[in-house]
Design a protein around this ligand. Sequence first.
Ligand SMILES: *[C@@H]1O[C@H](CO)[C@@H](O)[C@H](O)[C@H]1NC(C)=O
Length: 238
Amino acid sequence: MLDTLWLLSFFLPTLGAQILISCAYKSLCELALLSGNDVVLQCDHPRALWYFSSIHGEDGLLLSSMSNVKQLPGGSLQLTNPQPSQTGLYSCKDNDNFLVVEFEIDFQDITTLHITHKDLGQKPLQNETLNLGGTVLIFTHWEPWQDCNRCGEPGEHKRLGYCYIKEPLEKPMPCRLYLREEKMQFSRMRPELQVESCLVPCNPSQEINQPYFIFDIYQPGKLTNNVWLTCPLASIYR
Ligand SMILES: *[C@@H]1O[C@H](CO)[C@@H](O)[C@H](O)[C@H]1NC(C)=O
């Protein structure tokens, strides 16, 4: 029984390298994610119709034109390598045009990811204030630390942080959702990744066997000295 539960909790949130995003029936969920990492937006309606609008208040267009977006048989929407330009409102409606679920997503640009190691004294981005008519705070909203990558010996764990903006007395919002109408760009608008050392005891009932795959070997670019490392089926979300 315990084994079954563990399998469920491990396989449900990530489908392979994809992260499954769910939201309660008829609700709107607002969230920040990283560009370049595959996600599935859950909508359990076999004849679901998905609409997308990038501009606030604008009617959504039926989603079929984006090449990296695919509707799965159960109704959910799969976004492969989503781009910052795909920030906006994703609405799932049933065939009578009633809302099933809505996601307002800020795909934050992974190419600007600010990476710091806590134990090397590297500092995350600082809070800043912006003057946009009134004063707003721009800051990093951190997710919880992920699991340590080793047990019984020193390892590392990481956490992701997203750019959020907060008006006094208001609920914080992902930066690009807040700034949707004003096509403004600030250098502080970056997602973050923080690494920290960890040491956890081994707990056999919890150990997760994460297989790895070798698909290809790339030659370093002779001219640029750059190497692009691809890790198929990997995800920064875990
Ligand atoms: C930055 O702002 C956030 C949100 O108000 C707050 O939770 C956090 O403690 C602040 N960080 C610093 C270093 O002041």
